[in-house]
Ligand binder design. Structure first.
Ligand SMILES: NC(=O)c1ccc[n+]([C@@H]2O[C@H](COP(=O)([O-])OP(=O)(O)OC[C@H]3O[C@@H](n4cnc5c(N)ncnc54)[C@H](OP(=O)(O)O)[C@@H]3O)[C@@H](O)[C@H]2O)c1
Length: 260
């Protein structure tokens, strides 16, 4: 290993769902490590201000429209991205959504929205880029999971089902594409303050509750995710595939205490 082992200089990464939140945390971390970027959102105009920031970091950036529920358009988007840079080394499969409702109130539309975006979207985006990566014999696919990939929580049943599915999907794809030089891992964040979780962070009681249960005694900050993303995207993680890496301050060590 050299001091450059974590460098992403000369690499090209795609980050889906980069119009806000974690997608921007991941994009900044990869750009800081040297990667050029393809960033996506359902409305390309929403990417423009962030694209300027990435350019300001001295990186090339290509904003693209992508709705991960429109499976028929995903391959075309992957082809356009590949053609633009001539290769894609890294995919961060981050686009996602949530519906917060008691399980008894979930409709089939709620279920379809969450599962189609998070699980089906993750699969077909991975497939579209992997078609190129497999041919080239190199790729780093990072599917975004969650603590809900390994634990179930009341009030977000479809979301937990989708994130658990992503963990399992990651293992299957890793098994299938490893022989082509493509690694597939799952990066599973804890509870970060983004638009998706704003409703939780508005509630001071919840913030105190969750902070108390996190062994490191603080909610996650954007920079807490960067290291794990760069690690899984870089060549140093070349012998790691099919794994789920929790970046959650340790909350997944257990939510209850065994001592009084
Ligand atoms: N925040 C957390 O603590 C946390 C923890 C674990 C996992 N996650 C997961 O990490 C991902 C990002 O989370 P976040 O908190 O940053 O969420 P967010 O603030 O709600 O952002 C979601 C992103 O996904 C994109 N998106 C949503 N539906 C899409 C679709 N159909 N097609 C394409 N893009 C779509 C959105 O882009 P547009 O609306 O511009 O299209 C946006 O950029 C999500 O998958 C989330 O479930 C979040």
């Amino acid at each position: 290993m050299t001091e450059d082992s974590f460098s992403l200089s000369g690499k090209v990464a795609v980050v889906t769902g980069a119009s806000r939140g974690l997608g921007q945390f991941f994009s900044r971390a990869l750009a800081r490590a040297g990667a050029d970027l393809v960033i996506t959102s359902r409305r390309v105009a929403d990417l423009k201000p962030f694209a300027e920031k990435i350019k300001g970091m001295g990186r090339q950036v290509f904003p693209l429209e992508l709705d991960v529920r429109r499976t028929e358009s995903i391959q075309k988007t992957a082809d356009v991205a590949w053609e633009h840079f001539g290769k894609i080394d890294i995919l961060i499969n981050n686009a996602g959504c949530n519906v917060r409702k008691p399980a008894l109130d979930i409709t089939s539309d709620d279920w379809n929205l969450v599962l189609e975006t998070n699980l089906r979207g993750t699969f077909f985006v991975a497939q579209a880029f992997a078609r190129h990566m497999v041919k080239r014999g190199y790729g780093r696919i990072i599917n975004i999971g969650s603590v809900t990939s390994v634990f179930g929580y009341a009030g977000i049943a479809p979301y937990c089902a989708s994130r658990g599915g992503i963990k399992q999907l990651t293992m299957s794809l890793a098994d299938e594409w490893g022989k082509f030089g493509v690694t597939v891992n799952c990066l599973a964040p804890g509870w970060f303050h983004t638009e998706q979780n704003d409703v939780l962070y508005q509630n001071q009681k919840w913030v105190e509750y969750i902070t108390d249960r996190i062994p490191l005694k603080r909610p996650g900050q954007p920079e807490d995710l960067g290291g794990a993303a760069v690690f899984l995207a870089s060549d140093v993680s070349g012998y790691i595939t099919g794994q789920t890496l929790l970046v959650d301050g340790g909350i997944s060590t257990g939510a209850t205490r065994a001592t009084a």
